[in-house]
Design a protein around this ligand. Sequence first.
Ligand code: URA
Length: 212
Amino acid sequence: MDMDKVVELKNLEAEMLKDKNLPLQTNLVFGEGNPNCEVLFIGEAPGFNEDKEKRPFVGRAGQLLRKCIRDLGWKEIDVYITNIVKRRPPENRDPTEEEIEKYKPYLKRQIEIIDPKIIVPLGRFSMNYFLPLAKITRDQGKLFNLGEYFILPMLHPAAALRGTGAMNMFEETFKELPVTLQKITTGGFEETKPIETTTKKQKFEDVQGKLF
Ligand code: URA
């Protein structure tokens, strides 16, 4: 374990706890896992259970996420799990743009410290934080290269729990994660099929970075 990263994350959390400009009054749910992970999962904001336990993704959606991680043969503590907005919005409403903006500098630093190989945004809000033009049902499961990071958006596990189609999509993308990770490590993207038509793909890439 890289203790520097552990200390840096602890310091960042302490800084957030002192920051009176951060919106929302609930408990800070900073995130958890291995700071030396290759895969960083980023959700939207904590819900009721997460606020109570001060841990990300511990409710029903979280249990699905954690089961999918274990089903890959990975340990939950080998990855890192956090959210964009790190306090629970009232009534579990969607986070506002202002809330996302205020929490953004901290998320940015958290990502820089962890420096994962791949970031997996869970759901629309998190995906649009990295890829403002992307559409979740169209672009989940596609791998984006933003220069500094590879991004693999997935459906939010709460959306997967709402229907069989979404669940199948979520599970299929999840199962590809080790192969995608392997390809990133070895640089072998040749076999990944382009999803957009050439012109649409080019237009998209001009704005969003390379799409594999
Ligand atoms: N949904 C999220 O986006 N994050 C959590 O931590 C829990 C549910």
